[in-house]
Design a binder for this molecule. Structure first.
Ligand code: ATP
Ligand code: MG
Length: 328
């Protein structure tokens, strides 16, 4: 990997960010921004694919997500944060790519299938069905090679790679194939589902110490474990997942004591609470600083969007030339 490589990643602006985002993607972004030119997309257009009837959720959350980024330690000088709808080149690329992606390919995309089922879609909206094409435009407008994402995004990165190969074969080798850097998946507090904004099972990054404590205390554990000394099954317990994610050094011991019934759920939860609060403490400190500076947050997004547009313009010139649609 060379220094010139670019990282692109982002989040749908459908709510505040949670620990699942941290484990799946933010953690890798923090490492990658130290080495690579990083672009972070505030995906308001992709949020519209499921929230077009309620766009206020998006406008209400744009600054929350930007604040989450800064609080977690993404640095504006290392990571360019920009707003998807303000880069018209992304919409333009989406249209061109959509000429050579078939409806059946999109219908068979496993993540599209799962999400359509979760949302109860009988028929799929054109924009929703096509969001992997729009995501290919997000990734390729800046010729990103590395995309830190959660495992649900793997089919979309594969779709992007196919689009890149097809475009380059059809026209000229202008686009670059990206590679997914896949983070771990974090279980939700309900046990059995991934932690997700829309499932009501998330610990948000802006939670206070008391909120974390209360949420973990209420969280599901192994339902077959009734008495303190019953042997438990860590593989079906979300709290064990939090041990693996947030205190990996102690998780083998927890695993054994849970199986042997020598640690009770309440003590086990106590250790998880402490580890999560330790992770969140510096995030809370940065949040306290940035939340008093809303104008600076807007300025960071405006500047980031300006920079992303410059890059998008450069790619667009090459794309139009390759396709022979640069007439005048
Ligand atoms: P929504 O419910 O609106 O789809 P979400 O909580 O699933 O929201 P996204 O914005 O869809 O979040 O996901 C942003 C990124 O975070 C993606 O790379 C996704 O894979 C990752 N991610 C989200 N939730 C988790 C999780 N529980 N574990 C690991 N990665 C996750
Ligand atoms: Mg999602």
């Amino acid at each position: 990997m060379s220094k010139q490589e670019r990282v692109l990643t982002g989040d749908r602006i459908t709510g505040k960010l949670h620990l699942g985002h941290y484990v799946g993607s933010l953690k890798n972004r923090l490492l990658l921004q130290e080495q690579y030119e990083t672009y972070i997309l505030l995906a308001d257009v992709q949020a519209l694919t499921t929230h077009f009837e309620n766009p206020k959720i998006i406008s209400d959350n744009l600054r929350n997500v930007a604040l989450d980024y800064l609080s977690v330690g993404l640095h504006p000088e290392k990571s360019t944060m920009f707003v998807q709808s303000m880069i018209p080149e992304i919409a333009e690329l989406t249209v061109y790519y959509s000429m050579f992606v078939t409806v059946n390919t999109l219908r068979h995309n496993p993540t599209i299938k799962t999400e359509a089922k979760q949302r109860g879609y009988k028929d799929m909206y054109y924009g929703f069905l096509g969001y992997p094409v729009s995501q290919a435009a997000d990734i390729t407008f800046c010729k990103a090679t590395l995309v830190p994402v959660g495992d649900d995004q793997i089919p979309h990165i594969e779709q992007t790679r196919k689009i890149v190969r097809r475009f380059n074969d059809l026209y000229a080798p202008v686009l670059v194939e990206p590679e997914a850097i896949v983070g771990d998946r974090l279980e939700g507090l309900d046990g059995g589902n991934k932690m997700s904004k829309s499932m009501g099972n998330a610990i948000f990054l802006d939670s206070s110490r008391d909120e974390v404590t209360a949420q973990i205390k209420r969280a599901k554990t192994d339902p077959n474990r009734i008495h303190k000394h019953d042997p438990g099954n860590p593989d079906i317990c979300p709290i064990y997942d939090y041990h693996s994610a947030f205190r990996p050094e102690g998780c083998d011991e927890i695993r054994q004591s849970c199986r042997a019934g020598t640690i009770g759920c309440s003590d086990c939860k106590g250790l998880a609470i402490r580890a999560i609060n330790e992770l969140l403490e510096p995030i809370r400190e940065r949040r306290a600083i940035y939340s008093g500076r809303p104008k600076d947050i807007d300025e960071i997004m405006i500047e980031g969007t300006r920079k992303a547009r410059r890059v998008a313009g450069e790619t667009m010139t090459e794309v139009r030339e390759a396709m022979g649609i640069n007439y005048f």
